[in-house]
Design a protein. Structure first.
Length: 84
């Protein structure tokens, strides 16, 4: 059995406005977990994106991180390679 392909996501800069440092760290951690979950086991090609801008819904840092992760994963697997 072959191992599933590895996916590397590099986020050079994550700007979180209106959040405390602790909230920004929580959002970033939840975003990472969400991306892993949404991209795990994907067999379709994952597009690259030089720059993405995603607006998060209102809510706790965890809610926002999950929503952002889902939106980024959808954009990466849609073949368009970007989100606005």
């Amino acid at each position: 059995m072959t191992a599933p392909p590895r996916i590397t996501v590099r986020i050079g800069r994550l700007r979180v406005g209106g959040a405390s440092p602790a909230e920004a760290r929580m959002l970033a951690a939840t975003l990472q977990t969400s991306l892993r979950a949404h991209l795990a086991g994907k067999t379709a090609p994952v597009a690259g994106a030089e720059r993405m801008s995603v607006v998060a819904p209102a809510g706790s840092p965890a809610v926002r991180g999950h929503a952002i992760g889902a939106r980024i994963a959808a954009a990466l697997t849609s073949g368009k390679g970007g989100a606005r």
